[in-house]
Design a binder for this molecule. Structure first.
Ligand SMILES: *[C@@H]1O[C@H](CO)[C@@H](O)[C@H](O)[C@H]1NC(C)=O
Ligand SMILES: *[C@@H]1O[C@H](CO)[C@@H](O)[C@H](O)[C@H]1NC(C)=O
Ligand SMILES: *[C@@H]1O[C@H](CO)[C@@H](O)[C@H](O)[C@H]1NC(C)=O
Ligand SMILES: [Zn+2]
Length: 376
């Protein structure tokens, strides 16, 4: 009922928008352009923000759902699925003309993308790109939305695509198979990232909320990690109101780096309402409620099946063995060998007991996980 009313408002608003301006693709992944329309009905819904995340659900009921995003990705419990099709992109290699619109919408920095950019394989249908945007923190607090083993990265990029069976992003946003978002973690590296600079160099032009600028097109593929082969996949939602649970998520295992200076520019330039800095625009990880996280790659074999045999070998090329002999220069060869073998035996024993313990613990957790999450 609420949702229906809401969708009607959304639709009307989109209509007005498309009549009023020609830049129809400058909409956030959340289809959040409904906000002004919504304002007439629910006076305080317009001003959702990241400091009041817990209350999103009182206006946008989907935000209380059981398939919300972001999530913590537990690398140990992600399930390797070798049938996950690899992702193939087309049309990402844009030329400098036509230009792209870069917008500060008060919640994020967003670049509108042409529908000629698409995911041509990896999903059941072709998905067209609509926009990309970022989530970040502050110099003290890393601001990725997804976390890996409960750890945040400094920032995160989302490239939002919609199913080609729908006319546009706003129509697709509420459909169960509507959206596919490609996400990647952004860390800090030593070198300036010249691809990110194509966006970041224009930051000062959009420092004021609801302003936009045009930047030359460029190869958007270069904003994503080198390898698109290794990724996590799960079913989730928009990470901003209205939190529609319509996103087939892909989070890449390979990461991107930008310089500390570039990250600082992102954190310290954009403003939102009341001249506050736009930062810390990430939602807290949401509960899984039994959802499974798949991975397109198997974790390193050593992690899955600890090999005991190689540990007992005294390989002179093994840096650990080399280092320990180097540090025991005063001892006889026999002593060194005895210590080395003794140490290796202890390590082997320890590794084996740890492994056995974890296997037992894992079994125990697998049994408990589902019910315990239902209570939370
Ligand atoms: C997400 O995409 C995968 C790969 O095409 C597909 O198997 C899965 O059904 C999709 N999930 C949803 C909820 O659409
Ligand atoms: C999206 O597509 C729908 C259905 O065709 C249309 O009514 C609506 O005006 C479009 N919205 C925008 C923003 O282009
Ligand atoms: C990538 O995968 C490895 C192996 O599971 C894991 O240790 C690492 O934390 C992952 N990193 C990201 C960003 O997914
Ligand atoms: Zn996002």
């Amino acid at each position: 009922m609420l949702r229906k009313a809401f969708l009607t408002v959304l639709f009307l608003h989109c209509l007005v928008l498309s009549l009023a301006s020609s830049s129809s693709s400058s909409e956030e992944d959340d289809g959040s352009s409904e906000q002004e329309g919504e304002e007439h009905k629910k006076s305080h819904s317009h001003h959702w923000g990241y400091t009041d995340q817990a209350t999103w659900g009182s206006v946008f009921t989907d935000c209380n759902g059981k398939s919300q995003s972001p999530i913590d990705i537990n690398t140990k419990t992600a399930i390797y699925d070798d049938s996950l099709p690899s992702i193939k992109l087309e049309g990402y290699d844009l030329t400098d003309s036509p230009a792209l619109t870069l917008l500060n919408n008060g919640h994020t920095l967003q670049l509108s993308l042409p529908r000629s950019m698409q995911i041509v394989s990896g999903f059941d249908r072709v998905y067209h790109a609509a926009q990309l945007h970022f989530h970040w923190g502050s110099v003290e607090e890393p601001g990725s939305e997804h976390t890996i083993d409960n750890v945040h990265f400094p920032a995160e990029i989302h490239v939002v695509h919609y199913n080609s069976k729908y006319a546009n992003l706003s129509e697709a946003a509420s459909k169960p198979d509507g959206l596919a978002v490609l996400g990647a973690f952004i860390g800090i590296g030593l070198r300036e990232n010249e691809n990110y600079e194509k966006i970041l160099s224009a930051l000062t032009d959009v420092s004021v909320e609801e302003t936009n600028t045009e930047i030359p097109g460029f190869n958007v593929r270069h904003l994503l990690p080198n390898s698109l082969e290794r990724f996590y996949r799960y079913t989730g939602s928009l990470t901003t109101p209205p939190c529609f649970q319509t996103v087939n998520w892909t989070m890449f295992n390979d990461t991107i780096t930008v310089s500390r200076k570039q990250l600082a520019a992102l954190e310290d330039t954009l403003k939102m309402e009341q001249n506050q800095l736009l930062r810390l625009n990430f939602r807290a990880p949401q509960l899984l409620y039994g959802r499974r996280v798949l991975s397109s790659f198997s974790a390193s074999p050593a992690q899955l099946s600890p090999k005991i045999v190689p540990l007992t070998e005294t390989d002179p090329n093994n840096p650990r063995v080399r280092a320990s002999t180097g540090g025991l220069a005063g001892l006889s060869r026999g002593d060194i060998l005895a210590i080395a073998f003794g140490g290796l035996f202890a390590v082997t024993l320890l590794a084996f007991s740890l492994y056995a313990y974890q296997q037992r613990k894992k079994k125990f957790q697998d049994k408990k996980r589902f019910p315990s999450e239902c209570h939370l």
